[in-house]
Design a protein. Structure first.
Length: 171
């Protein structure tokens, strides 16, 4: 969470691409929630919500986040994908569909754009389900983008080093 990329945390970089096109950004946290609030305090469009069930897995955070959505459509993006560019969000918003998924060279990535009428169905999903399971059941519209950031996430330190080099190369 606190690894830096160009002087900002990965979480800050993850919200940057959507910041200027979104009216509201919901960040769901559990572990170290107060630190997340502290980091994101300067971002007036960001609402940080606490997921008391965060230890249950990522889908519990998806459910918590979507339960807070008031817009007609919303993006879902893991907080460890700091290189998604604003252009991806803009391109996705031009497509009509219940679920829109970007691809890069045929590989699916994030963010996922969904229509809000799906929220009730997501909340009814079993706790051991996943967003991938839900999308597989419902189907999705794929849109090819020229942004490798949609498939680059940080799971291990080597991923961070690769993304840091990519970020510095693009600047």
């Amino acid at each position: 969470m606190e690894l830096l990329l160009g002087g900002k945390t990965l979480l800050e970089r993850s919200i940057e691409g959507m910041y200027h096109i979104s009216e509201r950004i919901i960040v769901v946290g559990g572990y170290r929630i107060e630190r997340i609030r502290e980091i994101l305090e300067p971002y007036k469009k960001v609402d940080v919500v606490y997921n008391k069930d965060f230890e249950s897995g990522m889908f519990s955070s998806v459910k918590k986040g979507v339960s807070e959505v008031t817009a007609l459509r919303f993006f879902l993006l893991p907080g460890d994908q700091p290189l998604v560019r604003e252009e991806v969000y803009k391109k996705m918003l031009k497509i009509d569909g219940d679920i829109i998924i970007p691809t890069c060279r045929g590989k699916k990535g994030h963010p996922v754009l969904m229509k809000s009428h799906l929220i009730g169905e997501i909340l009814k999903e079993p706790d051991d389900s996943t967003l991938r399971d839900f999308i597989h059941k419902k189907g999705a519209t794929l849109i090819e983008v020229e942004d490798e950031g949609i498939i680059l996430d940080i799971d291990v330190l080597e991923d961070y080093e690769r993304i840091r080099k990519e970020y510095e190369r693009d600047k």
